[in-house]
Unconditional design. Sequence first.
Length: 94
Amino acid sequence: MRGIAAVAARAQRARRDAQQLVAGLAELNIDSVPSKGNFLLAKVGDAARINQELLQQGVIVRPVANYGLPAFLRISVGLAGQNARFLAALKACL
C-alpha cells in the first residue's frame, strides 16, 4: 500500500507543478495548450529566438517548428524550483 500512496503523492505533485507552470505562463500573457502529459506547448511568438536565448541561460526547451508550430515551444514540467527558474529566464527573453 505504501507504494500506491507514494505514486499518488508524486502524481499530485506533478499536477501541482504543471499548474504552477501554466499559471506562470499566463502571468506572462503566454497561452499554453492543455496537456495531460509532463510537458506543455506554449505559444511564445518568435520561438526560434527565444529558444536560443534560453539556451544561453542554460535552459533547454524544444522548438516544434518541425511539427508546423513555429511560434511554440515544448516545455517539460519540472519541480517547483525548476519551473520558477524557467519562468524567470523566459521573462528575460520577452
